[in-house]
Structure formats: C-alpha cells, structure tokens
Write a new protein. Structure first.
Length: 184
C-alpha cells in the first residue's frame, strides 16, 4: 500500500520512480522529481547587492565544494551550476585532507567549505591552506549561528561566511562578491 501511495505522489509531481532488485541483496527504489531553483529573499544591503550581482563573472570559473554531507554538497553544486548560461566547473570533496590534496594538483577560483567536516574540519583546513600564503577566496558555511561565529571565521582566514540554511540569491551574491574582490 505504501508503494502505491508513493507511486501516486511521484506521478502527481511529474516525477519518475525506478526499481532495481537483486535476489538475496535487496531492492532499491529511486525517485526523481523535477525541480526549479527559486529566486527569493532579500539581502540586508540592496545597494551592495546591485553593485556585485553581475553573474557573468561566474562564466568559466572552477569551484571546490568541501563538505562531508553529500546531500548538502550536491545541493550547493546544483546552486552554482546555472544551466545554459555559464560554463562552471565544480569538484566536491568530503574532508579537509581531500581539500589539501586536490589543491596541490588543481587550480580553483573559489572554495565553498563547511566548517564541521570530519577528519580535518574547516578551521584546521584553512590554516593549512593559508600557511603558504594562498589567497584563494574561501567562503565558510556553517549551521552555527552564534553572534561571533562570522568574526571567528574571518579571523581564521576565511574570506566570507554564510550560515545555513541560506537562500540561493545570498549564496550567489557572496560568490560574485568574493570573485570580484579577488580579481581587483
């Protein structure tokens, strides 16, 4: 009965449901739903937003997304990929050690880093990134919303800070702002 209800809801939402099954292993149900990114919300400083909200700067950029929650990382990757408009490349890593390793072999224009990664957290990771004088823009993301959290992040070397959950518009604004500052 539960599967019948699920199938009906997926159909109503114009989605798809797929089933794969292996004897003595189990069954996997995959649901795919069409989505759209909503553009809503207001930033605190509208004049600053207008100055920095030219998304053409994103074209051809390469972003590193660092976070141990695969769903959050994928959501963030989907946010920065602007279909049919920009040529944006993204890479996702799960912890600070992977950030350090990938930076040895690759160039990125900006890093979006979760503070509370396993193995090597965001604070320890940024210390290691900044040691050799690397000035790549790095935006800290965190669910912590303590009053002094942003100040702490900036003191440790992050370029900017955003608390979760964040609006699409606010994240894109911060990315554009950081890229423009880094170029000038």
């Amino acid at each position: 009965m539960g599967l019948s209800i699920t199938k009906g809801l997926v159909h109503l939402l114009k989605g798809e449901i797929q089933v794969t099954s292996k004897p003595k292993t189990g069954t996997c149900f995959t649901i795919t739903l069409p989505t759209e990114i909503a553009y809503y919300g207001e930033t605190k400083n509208e004049s600053e937003k207008e100055e920095f909200f030219d998304i053409s700067i994103l074209n051809g950029k390469k972003f590193l997304i660092a976070g141990d929650d695969p769903l959050s990382a994928k959501l963030l990757e989907d946010m920065v990929q602007i279909p049919d408009i920009m040529d944006i490349e993204t890479s996702i890593v799960k912890n600070g050690w992977e950030v350090i390793e990938i930076l040895k072999e690759n160039h990125f224009d900006l890093i979006l880093m979760d503070l509370s990664m396993t193995e090597l957290d965001g604070i320890e990771t940024i210390k290691r990134i900044r040691e050799p004088g690397n000035s790549i823009p790095i935006i800290a993301q965190t669910a912590y919303v303590m009053g002094n959290e942003k100040d702490k992040c900036l003191e440790f070397g992050f370029s900017e800070y955003i608390s979760k959950p964040y609006l699409y518009e606010d994240m894109i604004f911060l990315i554009v702002k950081m890229l423009k500052k880094h170029i000038s």
